[in-house]
Design a protein. Structure first.
Length: 294
């Protein structure tokens, strides 16, 4: 599952009169056992649309993995109901928005007993909440359009490449995962691109450098503020993925000392990886990997 699905972010045209006493935090700032409030519409699927506040305790803090990407979650000691998905979860200690409710965890063991028409398993549900730090990143991104641009089918990315590159990448993808295919592509082409580079690096180092620069570009590093503004204009004015890929590849190529033409397939393969998990989850994954390696 994506970190945050059941929510949209609205931008106020004239926000001068908008006020809030809530701050956006994350699950790091709350401990197991602390009290939180949930605001939502339980039982709205049955026609009961009543805005309701419920309070409960944080039962656990966990990392959930999806396609190899781990995201931070809270487990609450309460049973969420239909209509509460997407509800804000607020720390009662400091009125900080710490999470977005996703839904309940319901055991699926079959063949259990029934007591008075009640399955005892349903009496022990818990509720999962994803950290609002992913929401914070959505708000802070200056070019949210890239989220929808990246989230397209693999085939649509491939057609942004020249035919000879498409054929090679398709062959590689038939036997390798996208990132391994990217390294294989660089292994085959770095002998041609090495004259553009001031450094003598192997294909794995090139790939790590390209991925690191793409992370900084997509995930809000101030080093790329000007480039993001330019790309935002391209994305808004053009539905041309070839131009987007070549522009991003050219920007990154100038940083790592490789020709943009040769790293365009790597850009496409990384976009394929990102589109499987969402850009926000990918950014968080790269951030955590960088923290672990440091």
């Amino acid at each position: 599952m994506d970190p945050i699905k059941d929510i949209c972010v609205l931008k106020l045209i004239e926000p001068s009169g908008a006020k809030s006493n809530l701050r956006i935090g994350n699950t790091d700032r709350i401990m197991v056992g602390e009290r939180v409030a949930i605001i939502g519409f339980p039982h709205s699927d049955l026609g009961r649309v009543v805005l309701t506040q419920q309070t409960t305790e944080v039962g656990a803090k966990i990392l959930l993995s999806n396609n190899g990407v781990k995201t931070k979650h809270l487990v609450l000691n309460i049973q969420a109901r239909p209509g509460q998905s997407g509800s804000p979860v607020i720390s009662l200690k400091d009125r900080t928005l710490v999470g977005i409710l996703i839904g309940p965890y319901v055991p699926t063991v079959t063949g259990g007993i029934s007591l008075g028409g009640i399955d005892p398993q349903t009496l022990h549900q818990t509720t999962h909440v994803v950290s609002t730090e992913y929401l914070q990143r959505m708000i802070e991104m200056e070019w949210n359009e890239i989220v929808s641009v990246v989230d397209i089918k693999d085939e649509e990315w491939l057609i942004s490449l020249p035919k000879y590159q498409q054929d090679t990448i398709k062959d590689l993808l038939s036997i390798k995962e996208p990132e391994d295919a990217a390294i294989a592509w660089l292994t085959a082409t770095t002998q041609n691109t090495s004259p553009f580079s001031a450094k003598n690096e192997d294909s794995s180092s090139y790939f790590d450098s390209i991925k690191a620069e793409l992370y900084k570009l997509l995930c809000g590093n101030p080093e790329y503020d000007e480039e993001r503004k330019e790309l935002s204009g391209i994305i808004k004015s053009q539905d041309n993925r070839t131009l987007i890929v070549s522009s991003i590849s050219g920007i990154i190529g100038s940083k790592v000392g490789l020709a943009g033409t040769f790293i365009a397939p790597v850009t496409v393969l990384l976009f394929m990886t990102i589109s499987k998990v969402s850009i926000n989850a990918w950014c968080e994954w790269q951030k955590e990997n960088k923290e672990i390696s440091s």
